[in-house]
Design a protein around this ligand. Structure first.
Ligand code: BGC
Length: 260
């Protein structure tokens, strides 16, 4: 087991990629704080799965925290409650993310704010609260941000989403330098098209799905578990010399330009 005795917080882990990450971390021996905003049932489901993934490893447990990661006061409370419950927090996985589909000229201020608050501002302040905790106990730590291929790749009709993920790329690069003296590493994992609730519409549209699959060299959508395995690596000591970079988990989507 790569994470025996560690404590990890995974934001947005009541479903999708976050849930898969929570379960994989538990399989590796970590106790997991499961964060949700509006689906307590999903968080309870993750909690049961975390406990059974921990299996015979009695040290593994889970704990659910309601928090809107788009709100600074909520993310600070989320980190405090995690530390209070488990006594420490070694790993922060900033996974919660949202997207809104609209023509650029139709985007409302409230949709722009919703996307930027969850995808960038919340990550910024959750990481800040995590770093303060690690500084207070003078211990190293691991931050893993779930970004997107769209930290590099344009995604028409998702301008705010792309801006948030591009911002996340620079935040990670910047913090890798600032946090290195504290022994804290920070990296991004950038999924491509993964079978999760964020893609429900796409999954139910055969035409769009077919077009997308043509752009994925490995010929299939990703699964949440494909993302979770790289998070385990980045959360473990096997990645101690890795910081400030992005790992793409996209079946080759990002670099697949083909002249017709
Ligand atoms: C988005 C998905 C999209 C995928 C590939 C992800 O970041 O959340 O909606 O299908 O990128 O474009």
């Amino acid at each position: 087991m790569k994470l025996a005795g560690k404590v990890a917080l995974v934001t947005g882990s009541s479903q999708g990629i976050g849930q898969a990450i929570a379960i994989r971390l538990a399989e590796e021996g970590a106790s997991v704080v499961i964060n949700y905003r509006s689906h307590p049932e999903g968080a309870e489901d993750t909690l049961l799965k975390v406990r059974s993934a921990g299996g015979q490893c009695h040290a593994v447990d889970g704990f659910t925290v309601q928090a809107d990661t788009g709100m600074v006061a909520d993310v600070q409370r989320m980190i405090d409650e995690s530390v209070d419950h488990f006594g420490t927090l070694d790993i922060l996985v900033n996974n919660a993310g949202i997207e809104k589909n609209a023509d650029f000229w139709q985007v409302t201020e409230s949709d722009y704010d919703a996307v930027m608050n969850v995808n960038l501002k919340g990550v910024f302040f959750a990481t800040q609260a995590f770093v303060k905790h690690r500084m207070a106990i003078q211990q190293p730590g691991k931050v893993i941000n779930i970004s997107s291929v769209h930290e590099e790749l344009p995604f028409p009709h998702f301008a705010a989403y792309c801006a948030s993920k591009g911002g996340l790329k620079m935040l990670t690069r910047n913090l890798s330098i600032e946090l290195a003296p504290l022994g804290i590493t920070i990296n991004n994992v950038a999924p491509g098209a993964i079978e999760t609730p964020i893609n429900t519409k796409l999954l139910n549209d055969p035409e769009k799905l077919g077009a997308l699959l043509k752009n994925i060299p490995l010929g299939r959508l990703g699964k949440p578990a494909d993302v979770a395995s790289i998070v385990v690596f980045l959360a473990s000591s096997e990645s101690d010399y890795v910081t400030g970079t992005t790992f793409f988990v996209d079946g080759g989507l990002l670099w697949n330009y083909q002249e017709q």
